[in-house]
Design a protein around this ligand. Structure first.
Ligand code: ZN
Length: 331
């Protein structure tokens, strides 16, 4: 496990200071830039018995093997039960599992204080994503940060650091993970076998791992079909489109609608297309028909839909309603 090319600078700041690391780090930045993989690489580098000159783990020693098998006694990864272990782009495993990090999960940390570490080394705890902690979990963590367990590094990973408790944030050293320069992301994605990375990067807000995840899923064709219908509101049939889309991921469809509206309004007001350069012609043609005040109301409606998307709702009805509102925001 290693860090990504665009993370070299942050890595090189941390590793020489490994003897003097703070008790807690906050890795902050948008989803899909590789914060979680960086944190895992850092954990391995710190726990490894024979680290490489670069500070990464050797991949050979007992500690590295334990980490690879997920049973290193001095490593903990705390995340919501509902998050599948598939990196920064973790999606829901099931509807029943909790989407929050609960207080019991944080309390487990306090218990670590009384345990000695393997060969008197360090202990590393990842909390991912930190904004998933509910209020009681966050308060329990605050207590832990006020009296940190010895030889322990707590790494918080957050896609929305502004929603963390300010008192938690202020007890961490913050590391900013920016979106890499476009060229670097394009090159990296090509190395991963993505032939045409630009449209995927645009959809992913230029976050390379999020773009890679899009390349690997089967949603692109459905997306094109969906956007083609949005591009022709005069012939759009909300009921049949909602019916056809019933089995699709609701969160994803709301995101497509949000990005589509963002680009329509963005083109109309500022002449910029951010998410759908592959639909530029359609957006140019449609943008003059956007009723701006309705469109702004509609964007609020989409934001509410996005917030509620994980609550059990009638998916088909919701999408029908969203498509109707969409049509009403066009001339
Ligand atoms: Zn090792």
């Amino acid at each position: 496990m290693t860090f990504y090319p665009w993370q070299t600078e942050i890595w090189q700041q941390l590793i020489p200071a490994r003897q003097n690391l703070p008790h807690a780090l906050l890795l902050q930045g948008r989803k899909g830039v590789g914060k979680l993989d960086f944190a895992r690489a850092l954990a391995q580098g710190l726990l490894c018995e024979a680290p490489q000159p670069s500070g990464t783990g050797c991949g050979q020693c007992l500690a590295c093997n334990w980490l690879a098998q997920g049973n290193h006694p001095d490593f903990r990864s705390i995340e919501p039960e509902a998050l599948a272990d598939n990196g920064d782009e973790g999606e829901s495993k099931g509807k029943k599992a909790s989407r929050q990090i609960l207080i019991e999960q944080i309390r487990e940390l306090a218990g670590l204080v009384n345990l000695s570490t393997h060969r008197n080394g360090m202990r590393v705890v990842l909390i991912h994503p930190a904004e998933a902690m509910n209020a009681s979990a966050a308060n329990a963590l605050l207590k832990t940060l006020e009296e940190p367990p010895p030889h322990t590094l707590i790494i918080l990973i957050s896609h929305h650091a502004q929603s963390l408790l300010p008192t938690v944030r202020s007890r961490c050293r913050k590391l900013d993970f920016a979106v890499p320069p476009l060229e670097q992301s394009m090159n990296w994605l090509r190395e991963q076998g993505v032939a045409d990375p630009m449209p995927l990067l645009a959809q992913a807000g230029h976050a390379p791992l999020a773009a890679l995840a899009l390349a690997g899923d089967d949603s692109q064709e459905a997306r094109r079909g969906f956007l083609n219908q949005l591009a022709r509101p005069q012939t759009l049939d909300p009921i049949s489109l909602a019916e056809k889309s019933e089995k699709m991921d609701q969160a994803r469809m709301v995101r497509w609608l949000q990005q589509w509206m963002y680009d329509l309004v963005g083109w109309r007001l500022g002449g910029e297309i951010r998410y759908q350069p592959d639909f530029a012609a359609e957006i140019h043609a449609l943008a003059p028909r956007v009723r701006l005040s309705q469109a702004l109301e509609y964007q609020k409606e989409l934001l509410t839909a996005q917030k509620n998307v994980h609550h059990p709702l009638n998916a088909q009805l919701l999408l029908e309603q969203l498509l109707l509102s969409y049509m009403q925001s066009m001339d």
